[in-house]
Design a protein around this ligand. Structure first.
Ligand SMILES: [Zn+2]
Ligand SMILES: [Zn+2]
Length: 384
């Protein structure tokens, strides 16, 4: 089959790779209908994530049709149109049973490496290096989906492909930011980042009853999209004092909930030493959110691009009594609810697919996504 692969020279190219096969009773094989770029892929393009091997297939946000079903699969039949959660979890371990599938003990392809990196093994993900817990990705004609009864969900007929594909990753990530940030009716919520995840965190905050939602970004086209499609207020950080403006939005107190959804440290040039240790500059947005948040409020960090960061304002967290949380999306728990909301038209996401490419031109799609963030929010690939 055709797939977008990493090559030895560090370039992306569409090449011929073996078709995936069922390896386990709980697998299905999906023929991809749509697969989207994600900001979490950008560090892979700059070589900031070690362990990519030539021939590794990228991509983790996708939907498609089931074409083969393992003997132990109960919920899917050949021909079902399904959206697949970008992260991989078993559905049965201590964490999965407690509704924390992204903390799954069994989802990663390299739990030992994970443990060395994070202190514990965490869920796997499609399209990531095997050494980082990843499975072959979705920028391909076919994908093997492990634990299919847990991570794949039938798409309601009325929800189109360009809407449903974002239930795989961006929508559950945005939902997590608002829900685990504990947005309550009447709250003022600020979201850093007007990309796909930021817009959907803002939308989730609305749906959870926030009274005022404001999105902060430096790209005017993204801010315009957030106003037009999500109906939120925006702050262009290029020409304003963000903290002062947020105070004004919130009766002088500061937002009740601050969600950081800026994405990976793309374009940030790390020194060799920093690359080796995984150290990165604390994203400006996290520090700003900690300073802007009202006393006793919550800061939720969605960015997973930075492993270790220095100069974290720990004293501010203490003196203001803040709750600081983070998380990767729990799509296994949230996707059915998100698909229902998509079917009811409460959650519209198709505008996020700003560019479509045939799979054979996927490398071009990534270049646009990486180099023209103001123009390209998500490039979506369609296999032949
Ligand atoms: Zn993603
Ligand atoms: Zn599990």
């Amino acid at each position: 089959m055709r797939a977008l692969c990493w090559t030895a020279g560090g370039e992306l190219t569409v090449c011929q790779v073996p078709d995936p096969e069922l390896r386990n009773d709980h697998d299905v094989i999906v023929r991809v209908r749509r697969s989207a770029t994600c900001g979490a892929d950008l560090p892979l393009l700059t070589g900031q994530v070690p362990g990519l091997a030539p021939g590794d297939v990228l991509g983790h946000e996708f939907l498609g049709d089931v074409v083969e079903v393992g003997a132990g699969v109960r919920r899917h039949r050949v021909g079902d149109r399904v959206v697949v959660c970008a992260s991989v979890a078993c559905g049965a371990c201590w964490y999965c049973r407690r509704g924390l599938p992204s903390c799954c003990d069994n989802g990663s392809t390299d739990p030992v490496g994970n443990e060395a990196q994070w202190g514990h093994p965490v869920a796997g993900c499609f399209g990531q290096p095997r050494a980082a817990g990843g499975f072959a990705g979705s920028h391909a004609e076919y994908v093997r989906v492990p634990y299919a009864d847990v991570g794949a969900f039938p798409v309601p007929e009325s929800v189109g492909d360009d809407r449903a594909v974002f239930a795989s990753d961006a929508a559950p990530a945005g939902w997590l930011g608002a829900e685990a940030g504990e947005v309550r009716p009447g709250d003022v919520v600020a979201v850093w980042g007007a990309g796909a995840v930021g817009q959907l965190a803002a939308r989730a905050a609305w749906l959870l009853g926030a009274e005022r939602v404001v999105v902060v970004d430096r790209h005017p086209a993204r801010l315009l999209m957030a106003r037009q499609h999500v109906g939120v207020e925006t702050i262009d950080r290029r020409d304003t004092d963000v903290t002062a403006q947020l105070r004004e939005f919130s009766g002088g107190r500061g937002p009740d909930v601050c969600v950081e959804a800026v994405g990976g440290p793309a374009g940030e040039h790390l020194s060799l030493a920093d690359r080796f240790t995984g150290r990165a500059r604390l994203p400006e947005a996290v520090r700003e959110a900690v300073y802007a948040c009202r006393k006793g409020g919550t800061v939720f960090v969605l960015n997973n691009g930075a492993r270790h960061v220095d100069a974290f304002p720990a004293g501010t967290v203490v003196h203001k009594g803040l709750t600081v949380r983070g998380g990767r999306q729990h799509g296994q728990r949230h996707i059915p609810m998100l698909l229902d909301r998509m079917a009811r038209d409460e959650l519209r996401t198709e505008h996020l697919a700003t560019h479509h490419f045939p799979l054979d031109r996927a490398a071009e799609g990534y270049a646009l996504f990486r180099d023209r963030p103001d123009e390209c929010l998500r490039a979506v690939f369609t296999p032949p």
